[in-house]
Design a binder for this molecule. Structure first.
Ligand code: JFZ
Length: 597
């Protein structure tokens, strides 16, 4: 039942009024209404709509760490720049001295927003307070902030909020709710190194700093679209309960999965990797442009514009958002290599953003030549469904083969919509006749207008390689089961195998009858071995148990099967009894022919 809006308004008003009652409320959260989300899926879809259509945002890691910029006491400090205080074990008092030097007079919020907009980005997430405890806004909760502790005497979040509002850019804040290496009682991954200054009561830290500051960033800067929690170090449910209710301060606020205490938020947040497939729910891949989030003066390992553009396309083809990071300098400037790359992405997006914005995931498991996204049609409005084919490897023979049955109503280059491309259905899929030269060197978009649902051709059955071995990768499997999914970046594996109903199945073609040795490359943590599972090849089944591999991936010979039938068949791996949290994490299965005496 939709809560009457007047009631909701009264609740929010009560919260806002109560919150400004200050400490009393924060001390007694029982006074806060319980946050029991009774949001319907329709309401949730409405709340997430802009975010799902946006597909592309700017992450900004800006703070005191831009002063040392990766160097402490004349020596480079390894790792990501914003962690220099932790990795360099810099005492609290020494690190705090950077504040007196922080005067980013070249900061220009309007220019940052225009740069993001020019790149095709639809939202900005900026660090309001990172693990170093330094607030990039004027905070009444602690004087360790950019307004009170530095010669700058300005509030960058206010200036950015004003610029975002002026240009119609959504704004969100990153907040490190548990890790705080400055304020006593704040958590520190790896433990405190300056105990005299850092040891303290975490609950008191939450009460005095985190809760008041989250209220500030959610009430002082107008409409805030996203709250990006980070690293739930030592965050229990009870502690998270102090923070979770505050999201009600911003109607429609979107949060991520990093608060802790069992709160899953709205989005998954894979970091510096594109998952092999999408997630069952909304997800956003956050990535650096070089190897650091916060500025490091000597990190010039910049990804190319091509890499950034193809990563955006890859993420969109799996139904995710791309949150691409910049790390501004102590002077308040976004590094020139970042600016150049954002401008290059913008040139591509200017011509091709229709294949990214408001699209959904590809209907194809894999495309040899690129990626696909799609938009559903609206027959009543006379709007056809569209399939956007982002072609990285342009065909040399003028034939782009789309692994789908049937045909399309029409096809054209996004760059030349009035020139129809010939379509020829074939057993290998729909052949689109394309010009000899690719319209774009990074990715060229071919549009198919389609009447009904896409009917993808199944990938061809897997056959034996030259060595006679049939190699079955986890990303080649058809998966059955809600939680079972492929994860990983370069090294993929099946995870979420927590139900005996879940199984993996491969389409295989046996070309030689005989005895096959079956081996599995999998990982089973200590204490979770001994699960029963079966591998079936056609009608022949092999029953076995998992072995503990100590969590690392190990090739385990499961046994042999005698296969008499040649031709297409299915190989299935199905659990019978799961004794741990999950059956295993499976990387691959192999069938190796065994010479019979
Ligand atoms: C965290 C921060 O520590 C880091 O400084 C940066 O802000 C990044 C965006 O977020 O880093 C993480 C957080 C989570 C994981 C890895 C790095 N994780 O879950 O593997």
């Amino acid at each position: 039942m939709k809560t009457p809006s007047l009631f909701r308004l009264a609740v929010i008003l009560a919260i806002v009024v109560a919150l400004f009652a200050g400490r009393a409320l924060a001390a007694d959260t029982s006074a806060m209404p319980a946050i029991v989300s009774n949001e319907t899926s329709t309401q949730r879809d409405a709340r997430m709509k802009w975010w799902r259509e946006a597909r592309f945002g700017l992450f900004i890691h800006w703070g005191l760490y831009a002063i040392p910029a990766g160097t402490w006491q004349g020596k480079p400090v390894a790792g990501i720049g914003e962690w220099i205080m932790n990795r360099g074990k810099i005492p609290v008092a020494d690190y705090a001295k950077f504040a007196a030097e922080f005067n980013p007079v070249k900061f220009d919020a309007d220019a940052w927003v225009r740069l993001a907009q020019g790149a095709g980005m639809k939202y900005i997430i900026i660090t309001s307070k990172h693990h170093d405890g330094f607030a990039m806004f004027r905070s009444a909760a602690s004087p360790f902030n950019i307004y009170d502790a530095t010669p700058f005497k300005r509030d960058p979040l206010q200036e950015l909020a004003d610029a975002c509002r002026k240009h119609g850019m959504k704004l969100g804040f990153y907040y490190s709710q548990a890790q705080d290496w400055h304020h006593r009682g704040g958590a520190a991954s790896g433990g405190h190194w300056d105990k005299a200054a850092q040891d303290g009561d975490m609950d008191a830290y939450l009460h005095d700093i985190a809760v008041p500051q989250v209220k500030e960033i959610l009430t002082k800067y107008g409409p805030i679209a996203v709250l990006w929690w980070d690293t739930p170090t030592d965050m229990t449910r009870e502690r998270a309960d102090l923070l979770a209710p505050l999201i009600k301060l911003q109607p429609g606020l979107i949060t991520n999965n990093r608060l802790g205490g069992g709160y899953e938020g709205d989005t998954e947040t894979p970091e510096n990797k594109v998952p092999a497939t999408g997630y069952p729910r909304d997800w956003e891949a956050c990535m650096t442009m070089n190897d650091t989030w916060g500025f490091k003066s000597y990190d010039d390992n910049w990804k190319s514009g091509e890499k950034l553009i193809r990563t955006l396309i890859d993420i969109a083809s799996k139904g995710g958002n791309y949150l691409l990071n910049v790390g501004p300098t102590a002077a308040g400037e976004i590094p020139a290599p970042s600016v150049e790359r954002l401008q290059q992405v913008g040139v591509w997006m200017k011509r091709n953003s229709e294949s990214i914005y408001a699209t959904t995931a590809s209907p194809f498991r894999r495309l040899e030549w690129g990626r696909a996204t799609r938009k559903s049609g609206d027959a009543a409005a006379g709007r056809p469904g569209k399939l956007y084919l982002n072609v990285f490897a342009w065909p040399k023979d003028g034939a782009l083969i789309v692994p789908m049955r049937g045909t399309a109503k029409k096809a054209y280059l996004l760059s030349a919509p009035s020139v129809a491309l010939a379509l020829t259905p074939s057993p290998a899929g729909l052949r689109v006749t394309v010009p000899a030269a690719a319209p774009d060197p990074i990715s060229s978009v071919v549009v198919l207008e389609v009447a009904g649902p896409i009917d993808p051709l199944p990938p061809p059955p897997i056959t034996a390689g030259g060595d006679g071995v049939i190699a079955l990768g986890c990303d080649d499997a058809d998966l059955s089961g809600k939680a079972l999914r492929v994860e990983g970046n370069t090294q993929l594996n099946l995870t979420g195998w927590n139900s005996v109903e879940s199984y993996a199945q491969w389409d295989v073609r046996i070309e030689r009858p005989g005895t096959y040795r079956i081996a599995a490359l999998y990982a089973v943590p200590s204490g979770q071995g001994g699960s029963d599972f079966n591998v079936t090849v056609g009608a022949v089944s092999l029953a076995t148990k998992t072995e503990v591999t100590g969590g690392s991936f190990k090739s385990v010979v499961l046994g042999t099967v005698r296969v008499e039938e040649t031709g297409p068949t299915k190989v299935t791996l199905r659990p019978a009894k799961i004794s741990g949290a999950e059956l295993m994490r499976l990387r691959s299965l192999t069938l190796q022919p065994v010479a019979t005496p």
